[in-house]
Ligand binder design. Structure first.
Ligand code: FAD
Length: 344
């Protein structure tokens, strides 16, 4: 077994791990940095499977850290894309209220925008028609011009290549399995000693933290977002991004329509509990121990009704059926039919 020593060891090569390495190098160019991942390349999980929407930050109340970093981060990502000739499209987004109960949330979102200095305006039906001719128009709509979509896979592979060129060492197929007392971690490729360790392990960040006796009170419960895709005939009905006013009692944004960077249009997601943190297909990424642990956490959340979990479970389980899913999508675009959607 090998023994390695670095100034900084970063666990995880998703967008967070790569960006942390990039920023450290900007400040301390001589740092010896190692990036570790259990997979064979960067971004095999969330960072390589997302919709690439650069959110403007309108959902976050002004006293939150997310409010402070979201708009700034999107702006910096745009500058990175321009400097590196990475495709992005400043396409904007509309947020639609489709029931009377959502109207107070519309006001709340506009207040967030004002306090967070995010461009956003309430638009009338005529303006909505010009932006999204097929969107539902009954109630209120907000337009956020700074929402954009980006080629997120190009971002992570460019970061990887730039870091490699600057001498950062990548250790793939290297799983972190434990921590030792003396500033070192155990991996499947030997021991890594560090000056600083940064935990960017995504869905396993809590597991890594627990190796150090941290985050004992936290449990990560994974949810899977299932998306449908619009057929080539139906896709032109969506110009950019059409989102519902979110239910602020739940931690998800609700079923929305997104035109991603390659112009495919997706509808989704559902938010269905996954029985493995990396369970994307039917049985892929499942292990008995992890599935049992997640099931136990889900039962506890259901019993305690944490974060309105019962309401979420009932709403989301219903969306397993295509008709129910379609119903949620049709609130945003009434002319959609089941034939417009194919499994993605
Ligand atoms: C379907 C979907 C759509 C999304 N859409 C958007 C969007 O439009 N806009 C947006 O801003 N965000 C979106 N997100 C969220 C965004 O993708 C994530 O917030 C982001 O990718 C998280 O990055 P990360 O680096 O923290 O985690 P990850 O990308 O998951 O990276 C973590 C890495 O850690 C590694 N790792 C874990 N455990 C170990 C271990 N023990 N040893 C070694 N390596 C380990 C993993 O292999 C992985 O490579 C979406 C997410 C999903 C799933």
């Amino acid at each position: 077994m090998h023994s390695h020593t670095f100034d900084v060891v970063i666990i995880g090569t998703g967008i967070v791990g790569l960006t942390v390495a990039y920023e450290i190098l900007q400040r301390q160019p001589s740092s010896k940095i190692a990036l570790l991942d259990k997979e064979s390349d960067v971004a095999k999980h969330a960072s390589g499977r997302n919709s690439g929407v650069m959110h403007c930050g309108i959902y976050y109340a002004s006293d939150t850290l997310k409010a402070q970093v979201c708009a700034k981060g999107a702006q910096r990502m745009r500058l990175f894309a321009e400097a590196e000739a990475i495709a992005y499209r400043a396409c904007g987004k509309v947020i639609l209220a489709t029931s009377e109960q959502q109207l107070p949330v519309v006001d709340k979102l506009l207040t967030n925008a004002q306090q967070n200095h995010i461009p956003a305006e309430r638009i009338d039906n005529q303006q909505l028609r010009e932006l999204e001719p097929y969107a539902a128009t009954e109630l209120a709509a907000i337009y956020c011009p700074t929402t954009a979509v980006i080629d997120s896979l190009a971002v992570v592979t460019r970061l990887r290549d730039k870091l490699l060129a600057q001498g950062v060492k990548f250790f793939f197929n290297t799983r972190v399995v434990g921590a030792q007392q003396s500033q070192s971690i155990q991996t499947t490729d030997g021991t890594f000693s560090y000056g600083f360790l940064v935990n960017c392990a995504g869905a396993y960040a809590d597991t890594i933290a627990k190796y150090f006796g941290l985050a004992e009170d936290y449990a990560l419960v994974p949810f899977k977002g299932i998306y449908w895709k619009l057929t080539a005939d139906a896709a032109p009905k969506v110009r950019a991004n059409i989102y519902p006013v979110p239910d602020i009692s739940l931690p998800f944004l609700g079923v929305h329509l997104t035109r991603v960077i390659n112009n495919d249009v997706y509808i989704g997601p559902t938010a269905i509990p996954a029985f493995g943190r990396e369970n994307y297909q039917l049985t892929e990424g499942l292990s008995v121990g992890e599935s049992l642990d997640i099931s136990w956490q889900l039962l506890k959340m259901y019993a305690r009704n944490a974060n309105n979990f019962r309401k979420l479970a009932h709403l989301e389980i219903a969306k397993y059926r295509k008709e129910n899913f379609l119903q949620a999508a049709r609130k945003l675009m009434p002319s959609l039919t089941g034939d417009d959607m194919v499994a993605s």
